[in-house]
Design a protein around this ligand. Sequence first.
Ligand code: VG1
Ligand code: CO
Length: 543
Amino acid sequence: MPFLTHPTTPFDDQKPGTSGLRKKTPVFMQPRYLENYVQATFDGIGGVAGKVLIVGGDGRFFNDTAIQVILRMAAANGAARCIVGQGGILSTPAASNLIRKRGADGGLILSASHNPGGPNADFGLKFNGANGGPASEAVTSKIHARSLEIDSYKIADSADLDLSQLGESDLDGMAVEIVDPVTDYATLMEALFDFDAIRALFAGGFRVSFDAMHAVTGPYAREILERRLGAPEGSVQNGVPLPDFGGGHPDPNPIWAKDLMARMYGDDTPDFGAASDGDGDRNMIVGPNCYVSPSDSLALLADLAHLAPGYKDGIAGIARSMPTSAAADLVAKAKGVEVFVTPTGWKFFGTLLDAGRATICGEESAGTGSNHVREKDGLWAVLLWLNILAATGKSVPALMQDHWAKYGRNYYSRHDYEAIDSDAAHGLMDHLRGQLDGLAGQELAGLQVASADEFAYDDPVDGSRATAQGIRIHFADGGRVVFRLSGTGTQGATLRVYLERLETDPARFDQDVQQALAPVIAAAQEVAQIAQRSGRDAPDVIT
Ligand code: VG1
Ligand code: CO
């Protein structure tokens, strides 16, 4: 047998609850570290013997090396076939699509998403199941449990494969099929959206600017926007994926997508701007002098999705993560469809999508998607926006004004305190927990508290329960603040403070967002003692 069995040391690095594992790249590159995690994953899903797996990643540093290890381990563990994106590339939504389209048993996606890449930055690996979505809490717990006890892994003793050549080859009895990473995804998009209408919009001089941030969406955006839809060459910026994302931070928000923001604010701007993240599942939408908050984008897309052919019969329901604004709830109510409020993380949408109860899903962190795959999908959101712009003939700011006039404006912002001391962060959350019972009826910085609790979720489809999913305080005037600790950071703890207030007076729709939220921000400071406990007098990132 050419298979080697290696001894390994158990490790307990995977937090149960988060999808996959994200670590500093040098941690992942330690001898046997990746191997341990891959074997724990294979074991945790009940083995891979005879199975078909999709493998690909966002092209960041270590992507190609890690894929070679995964392929050799899949072969040694008896997998029947691995379908790999050419060059090791697959965006997260494209991988989800391939799992579904090819009827695979699951997939391994290599990415740390919006975290920077490079030899001293971040790396990650996650497993998606046969429905194309992130592993459920139950599967994640099994992988975690297995990682604590494994004492060996299996790997084939074979040479590296050439990932750049399309076609099929054999790796110690396992078929390896290298496929174009873009084609199937682009075909799916053509089936959902009115490409003729978008092509006509572009032909009429409508200018689009898509910033791929040197991450995985470059090849997808160039094929779809420039080749299939005829946007002029150069409409896609930073379109070549680089192992370190050009030294940037591939997180599509006004802070990290500064260049795009600068292009979209001023006199002679493009008509539509967008950006995506490292692995292509997030989106930022910005019109001329008009940044669209992700929560508003979700609400607007849900409201107008029927203008695209793929959703012409309407939507079954809307799902949003709890910290996302309630703008989408107002749309669901007006349409008479169900709305679901889930914990943070796309995996919680899977059961609702599989059961046909939700059609459109979204998160405040720039993730939007639908039942077409089981991941959030950056380019999908961009194309739905373009389809709506083409169908209505309106501009981004005009569409937003119409939306607020109909539903009111949910002023919204997230304040992140990054890489703070972990004990201080947990102390702050405990301090909040300790106050919850007595808060209702109290005043915080002049705002009256209506209710306060720690969010727990009972999945209406499979009955599973997730607890400790964020502390939320609702105010009597309709405002809200949510506190939670990030599950995706790789250094210290990151405190996220989510702030919201509904404004229904049209005369007050053009306030500065931070000013409009000032009372809620003051209340958040008072109740959580953020400055004292984090040692920071301002957030690191405001989105
Ligand atoms: C963040 C976002 C969350 C998102 C997750 C994964 O998690 O807040 O909404 O689902 O990243 O997105 P956290 O725990 O750091 O707040 V991605 O684009 O990394 O797959
Ligand atoms: Co991502």
